[in-house]
Write a protein that binds this ligand. Structure first.
Ligand code: ZN
Length: 310
């Protein structure tokens, strides 16, 4: 069964101040890498905007309104709404399309049209909490996608696996007391945002496996093999959502973990095995971080190439 790629030029239209790492060129770099001949077998679809009501399955309704209201009218203006997070005139619309891309991918995969999907989207989502933006993130695309699978497609248990180098504090906070969603994360610690200790377990649905600075393939493999995969197998998910940040790559400027493209390919393969065992192979992968354009695009390419072997 083919792999779906959701890509859309709108994701270059969320503008940030000069020098900001979470920039439109990230999307251009990934799209360039995925335009290579070996990706000709992908089915490509543009994003469709979701609604404020769907965003509110993961966020407080008033927060969604606040983001819309805070957006500047002037096309050249960029406003700061949080220490690291900015809005331009298009940002709200782009964020509705990022979450919409995730929902579209869930619909396509849960409906049996595709084995799996990758969404090349921004702004990212895993730091966004129920009622506030944080760390480049406006809406929590992964939780919105998980709830889409449950609400629309009857999924009982959805696992979110987050290998972004930063802990997904927002995802953890939103699903903290929701036993129907497993959140399993590897991340550098100590590092922004400061959460993600193994003692943070929610209602038994949270598995945090921090990695020390300068960890590499062996430590990541051990975290995955000894903690993440067993937790997934015990949870028996109906769908696996990947918060696919590629900032644990050795080239990344925001962190100090030394993974390479092949580590992301191997982790993808392992998640595909778990998904095949429990979830009919269903995986929806959502771009989160990754700030070195070479490390990001090569890692995303390795990840998508592996998804295409389904
Ligand atoms: Zn990150």
């Amino acid at each position: 069964m083919p792999t779906l790629l959701v890509q859309d030029p709108i994701f270059t239209q969320h503008l940030v101040p000069p020098g900001h790492p979470e920039r439109p060129d990230r999307i251009r770099a990934i799209e360039k890498a995925l335009s290579a001949e070996r990706f000709a077998g992908l089915t490509r679809r543009p994003a469709v905007a979701t609604t404020a009501e769907v965003i509110a399955t993961a966020h407080r309704e008033s927060y969604v309104e606040e983001v819309a209201a805070a957006s500047p009218d002037d096309a050249s203006e960029i406003v700061q709404i949080e220490a690291d997070t900015y809005l331009c005139a298009m940002s709200y619309e782009v964020a509705l399309k990022a979450a919409g891309a995730a929902c579209l991918a869930v619909d396509a995969v849960m409906g049996g049209e595709f084995a799996n999907a990758f969404c090349a989207i921004r702004p990212p989502g895993h730091h966004a909490e129920g009622d506030r933006p944080m760390g480049f993130c406006l809406f929590n695309n992964a939780v919105i996608a998980a709830r889409q699978a449950q609400r629309v497609h009857g999924a009982e248990r959805v696992a979110i696996v987050d290998w972004d180098v930063h802990h997904g504090n927002g995802t953890q906070a939103i699903v903290w007391d929701d036993p129907s969603i497993l959140y399993a994360s590897t991340h550098q610690m100590p590092l922004y945002p400061g959460t993600g200790a193994p003692s943070e377990t929610g209602c038994g649905n949270i598995v945090n496996v921090p990695l020390a600075a300068e960890s590499g393939s062996p430590e990541f493999e051990a975290a995955f093999g000894e903690r993440i995969l067993p937790a997934l197998n015990a949870f028996v998910p109906d769908l696996i959502i990947i918060s696919a940040g590629f900032d644990a790559h050795w080239r990344d400027p925001l962190a100090n973990i030394n993974l390479s493209e092949s580590d992301f390919a191997q982790a993808t393969e392992q998640l595909m095995e778990v998904a095949t065992r429990h979830a009919g192979g269903k995986i929806v992968s959502l771009l989160e971080g990754g700030y070195d354009l070479t490390g990001l695009s090569e890692s995303a390419a390795a990840h998508v190439a592996t998804l295409m072997t389904a």
